[in-house]
Design a protein around this ligand. Sequence first.
Ligand SMILES: Nc1ncnc2c1ncn2[C@@H]1O[C@H](COP(=O)(O)OP(=O)(O)OP(=O)(O)O)[C@@H](O)[C@H]1O
Ligand SMILES: [Mg+2]
Length: 526
Amino acid sequence: MINDGKRSLELTTIYEISKILTSTINLGQSLNSVMNVLDKFLGMRYGTIVLQHKESNSLNTIISLGIDKERHIIFKSGEGIIGKVFKSGFPIVISNLKDEPTMWKGMNFDEDTIARFSMLCVPIKSPSRVKGILSVVFSKNENSISINDALSFLIMVGSLIGQAIEISNKIKEEKEKLREEKTHLQQALTSRHKIDNMVGQSEIMIQTFQTVKRVAASSATVLIRGESGTGKELVAKAIHYNSLRPDGPFIKLNCTAIPETLLESELFGHVKGSFTGAYEDKKGKFELGHNGTIFLDEIGDLPISTQLKLLRVLQEHSFDKLGSSKSTSVDVRIVAATNRDLEKGIEKGTFREDLYYRLNVVPINLPPLRSRRSDIPLLIDHFLRKYNDENSSKIRISEEAMGYLLNYDWPGNVREIENCIERIVILSENNIAKIDDLPSEIINANKFTFKFEQDSEEDDIEENNIRDKKDTPLAKSIEDIETERILEALKKCGWVKSRAAKLIGLTTRQLDYRITKYGIPFEKPW
Ligand SMILES: Nc1ncnc2c1ncn2[C@@H]1O[C@H](COP(=O)(O)OP(=O)(O)OP(=O)(O)O)[C@@H](O)[C@H]1O
Ligand SMILES: [Mg+2]
């Protein structure tokens, strides 16, 4: 029977062990500490914790006391004493280690000493299954605790360790699940803001990305409209490469770049001798684009005579090569683009109305950058990364220069931003590009608008003078643009002024100043 003093020590030890096992999520560290506490209680010669490896199923020594790392053995379920305890889930007691020569072979003790040693092996059990084995070798004579008491004590410890392992595994699984969820959400977010190499976070661009994805899977004809440099060709490519025929050809034909006399031959091909100079048969873009996409750029410049032939391809999916009376059938998807006002063309009779309706099955309008200003910082960042990568440089843009870039109207749209950033990256002499490194048109454009950026009292007076003259269209447009940008930034940053200010390159004070000056309603939606 265990005496009261021993009982109390046993309880204290169990309490200490459970405290260790619940105080940290670093299992290895806790098991080490548990072993040390056990050693104090039992006065161990040797002690090991063996756990089953998840993938190989082998039984590996995780913690050992009194045994060199090099002598750690990998066990197998069912083999040897450790393997037997693991397989059966029941403890094994060896009262006299001398009876078990395999167990003390490596120990540097004589037989008499070995005879004083006992070994206890207990399973480390979670409620569901055996996870490993706790084994200790201790000297009966040096220890006042009986083998039976030591056994029931170790069974308790084995079960505590088992539960700690179960909890630790659950935490690991949860962590893994959260990590996967995070990656998944990040990917979803990225794909909302990105298609191929297109970036944008304005409402209109997010909608465009969704339209591109939806339309890409069909074979519908798409008409992309927008000012020069807004990304029409990029959208056309995104439609092709996200379609069901991404491996098919993407053939581009610029309707403006080819002389009218050659255009039909370019589109439909010709047979040898069909006109002077047709020395051999030639395939046209439609034939080359079979099973792929044809991108007809600047469709608004297509001569009216060719428009009829194009209409026939759209309706019948077939055409005649020049000089041939045999129709050729093709399976192509047509994506057209223009920056012209086609409706005006119809009015003037330069564009066929029936072709217009045939092309305009899915219209995609790319607005100019000045009306989707929230895309500007994202595009700057995108091109900065791209050109820094290409040039192995690490150029950043100073706060003031960034203010200029964010304030500029970008009449050449995304192409102008791209060229500007490439130029900055190539030409900047320091790692931080300053105002002087910007193209002169941006510096000049900002000279006027940045009169608004001063916060001093004298400037307030000047500002008021300007505001008094705010009926002039220019002053009005700047105020409108700034108000729109500030509201957009505030919404995007959850109405946190400091963040919104950072986004548009202002200090919080400057932002506050504008909110008051323009009477911007600072209303949170909640
Ligand atoms: N949203 C965007 N994200 C990243 N890059 C873009 C984006 N939009 C356009 N670009 C880039 O800007 C440049 C101009 O785009 P693109 O050639 O597609 O414009 P476009 O509308 O066809 O112009 P144009 O009418 O002058 O032919 C290209 O280098 C393109 O990769
Ligand atoms: Mg283009």
